[in-house]
Ligand binder design. Structure first.
Ligand code: CAA
Length: 241
């Protein structure tokens, strides 16, 4: 296995944390991006030895600058996992423009911002592995999430388009569509609503962050070069698509 330079956005907490740790355990040189929670990032680095990088994935210039710094320190990024995401749930008739824009910028704009920053390096190397984290709610919609469902659905289209562009250059681009995973984001869903959701998951439980990380490892492997433009659903059977 070749050790690769990997960037995981939103990589210090929740699903991203498990992805960062799994990539490091597989022998890669990992940088975990974060933006909000300094204390969690420091604790994460102290515990795992994985470097963190603070920048707003929704900000184009910040992404170009941060990626340039990582390339300078470690070399070209060969594995990019676009995992950072937020929710600003609410029904459309109560949603304001800020709730809409924040989710579109952070969850979908981020994919353009980071991919644009790494793509020239991947093309030059004739190698790249990009995994974009979508969502079951991007596949099936969710009451109270027009912003999130639109952004995550957009990720799936983005993935298939970029996969076509990367195919001749050794760059695979795939999506993972997690279901409801036991993270702070899902724990913020009102308990009675969450109970009803879990009741509709055939496997009968929330996912673990590690369930998603193992999918990432599968997709970024050197010998996964024939897998591109695909969406791997990891949702306990909640939605079969
Ligand atoms: N379908 C149809 N009707 C529904 C419904 C549904 N799924 N959920 C709620 N309603 C109805 C309620 O029964 C209620 O009807 P009545 O007024 O007739 O009683 C009405 O809609 C209002 O519901 P709420 O009281 O829930 O309205 P609210 O404005 O207080 O809250 C909400 C709305 C914020 C969307 C809240 O329902 C909620 O948080 N829902 C969960 C959304 C969710 O699943 N988010 C996922 C976050 S995790 C994530 O996104 C990760 C991932 O990728 C999976």
């Amino acid at each position: 296995m070749t050790a690769r330079v990997a960037l995981v956005t939103g990589g210090t907490r929740g699903i991203g944390r498990a992805i960062s740790i799994a990539l490091k355990s597989a022998g890669h040189k990992v940088v975990a991006n974060y933006f909000g929670n300094d204390d969690a990032a420091k604790a994460f680095t102290a515990e795992t030895g994985i470097a963190h990088a603070k920048f707003d994935v929704g900000n184009f210039d910040a992404c170009q600058k941060a990626v340039a710094q990582i390339v300078k320190d470690l070399g070209p990024i060969e594995i990019l996992v676009n995992n950072a995401g937020i929710t600003r749930d609410g029904t459309l008739h109560k949603m304001d423009q800020e709730q809409w824009q924040a989710v579109i910028d952070t969850n979908l704009g981020s994919c353009f911002n980071t991919c644009r920053a790494v793509i020239d390096g991947m093309r030059a190397k004739n190698f790249g592995r990009i995994v974009n984290v979508g969502s079951v709610n991007g596949q099936m919609g969710q009451y109270g999430q027009v912003n999130y469902a639109a952004a995550k659905s957009g990720i799936h289209g983005f993935t298939k388009a970029l996969a076509q562009e990367g195919a001749g250059k050794g760059i695979t681009v795939n999506a993972i569509a997690p279901g409801y995973v036991d993270t702070d984001m899902v724990r913020a869903v009102p308990a009675p609503v969450l109970e009803k959701i879990i009741a509709r998951i055939p496997v009968g439980r929330l996912g673990h962050a590690e369930d998603i990380a193992r999918g990432v490892l599968f997709l970024v492997a050197d010998d996964a070069d024939f897998i591109t433009g695909s969406t791997l659903s990891i949702n306990g059977g909640q939605h079969m698509y």
